[in-house]
Design a protein around this ligand. Sequence first.
Ligand code: UT7
Length: 315
Amino acid sequence: MKISGTGSVLPSKVVTNDMLSQFLDTSDEWITTRTGVKSRHVISDERLEDMAIEAARKALEDAGLRAEELDFIICSNVVNEYVTPQLSCIIQGGIGASCPCIDINCACAGFIHALEMAESFYKAGRVKNVLVVCAEEPTRMTDWNDRRTCVLFGDGAGAAVLTPGDNIKSIKLSASSSTDKLWQYRLLHPTPYVTKEEVDVPLQMKGQDVFKFAVKAASKDITRTLKETGLQADDVDHYLLHQANIRIINAIQDYLEQPAEKFPTNIEDHGNSSSSCCPILLDECSRNGLLKRGDIIAMSAFGAGFVSGAVLFEW
Ligand code: UT7
């Protein structure tokens, strides 16, 4: 398969570090030096499903494809206002498609997991055109009194349209269960029969553990994709990495011994929008002319689970 079109949508509300320091014991200096984030787009009056539909429409337009031509839709999402129906079904109706669809929750690594699933469909000869949409609102998961988490995140939706081709050179996924490092509990409705204690806990994160996992997993995943294809790190034109922390990106860059210009970022004014990071960054790099036909791109992401993945593809 190949990526034939991309699209992305951000909420209109921009929250700067200085705005956060008005109600949190934090500062622009701390957030900028420790994370690289200066501002983020935060959902206010938008609905995530509308952003997802809009991102999908943009990707279809970019690919020159009609929604009726889609054979499958995969949506990556961690939380949204609906428990059911699945977000992919809402997107399907919103864009006017009629194909089957499925939601996946692989946290921040959702885009790469979706590509791996789609690639299997292509290899099985089951699909011609696939839409992947990542739509995330992690700012609705954090406690906005917790300076350790809420400053990191932003919201957004990114989409990619896949069509037949042989541009995917390698995809590697990994999972290593570690459920006490990055997690959230959601309270379900009570029943007359539930006797266990249940709690509602916003996103919790052991930042340094996640940081170490992220650098290790991304470096390993990218190296595995290179090894499988026989390419060297130097052969890659662009490294599009999950935008969780600029220091994580810098550490991976050091490990690969590659120049900073190969690592475009948008963390400065987006923050971490979970699985949406990768397709939003891809869309922005595509639309601003950074990517040239034939360029080799390495993409990598990691997140709660822990899960991670990398994909090596030709643009
Ligand atoms: O998508 C995947 C999900 N997440 C990630 O990839 C995140 C991975 N981890 C990280 O990016 C970093 O660990 C953080 C940015 C979360 C934290 O940075 P750190 O350099 O690991 O800081 P720390 O947790 O060691 O905290 C250092 C100090 C602490 O104060 P004390 O105990 O030294 O007095 C924190 O309380 O910084 C304090 N701190 C803050 N200070 C001002 C934590 N958050 C803030 C804040 N403003 N927002």
